[in-house]
Design a protein around this ligand. Structure first.
Ligand code: AMP
Ligand code: ZN
Length: 140
């Protein structure tokens, strides 16, 4: 069986499992992290399966980078955090839990102590409300 058949993010790309989507284009998909480190935590992934930075094809890497900037600007505009943490892990030893290339966009507040990952699943309705706000800012 191919790596992508069992990959949870490939399943989201194929529509086999749900996600609270924010943005989609030819090469990338952005959705809300189900266990956010802070409100507004979004993930940008390449649609094509690649485990990590070391293996992703350059056109997909560049497309993800462009989407990260667009979504980061939309998060800044819509949620007005004090800072934005942009993160990416390669390999379980580095903290990667889903071996499909993705970049975290984590809004940060002054004095906030957020880890790389959240501790509890968010309420879907809250994720949807945040996604609407980010999407509206993307459309501006
Ligand atoms: P990483 O440790 O960089 O691999 O991060 C994987 C992230 O994916 C974590 O922050 C998880 O909360 C998030 N995650 C895992 N499964 C899902 C899912 N089905 N929908 C949204 N986010 C997910
Ligand atoms: Zn995958």
């Amino acid at each position: 069986m191919s790596e992508s058949a069992q990959c949870i993010f490939c399943k989201i790309v194929r529509g086999e499992i749900p996600a609270v989507k924010v943005h989609e284009d030819e090469r990338t998909l952005t959705f809300m992290d189900i266990q956010p480190a802070s409100p507004g935590h979004a993930l940008v992934i390449s649609k094509a399966h690649a485990p990590d930075l070391l293996e992703i094809a350059e056109p997909d890497l560049l497309a993800v980078a462009v989407t990260v900037q667009r979504v980061a600007r939309a998060v800044q505009k819509s949620l007005a955090p004090d800072g934005l943490r942009i993160g990416q892990f390669n390999g379980a030893a580095a903290g990667q839990t889903v071996p499909h290339y993705h970049v975290h966009i984590v809004p940060m507040r002054e004095g906030q102590r957020a880890g790389a990952h959240g501790r509890a699943p968010a309420k879907i309705e809250e994720l949807k409300a945040l996604a609407v706000r980010i999407r509206e800012a993307l459309a501006d």
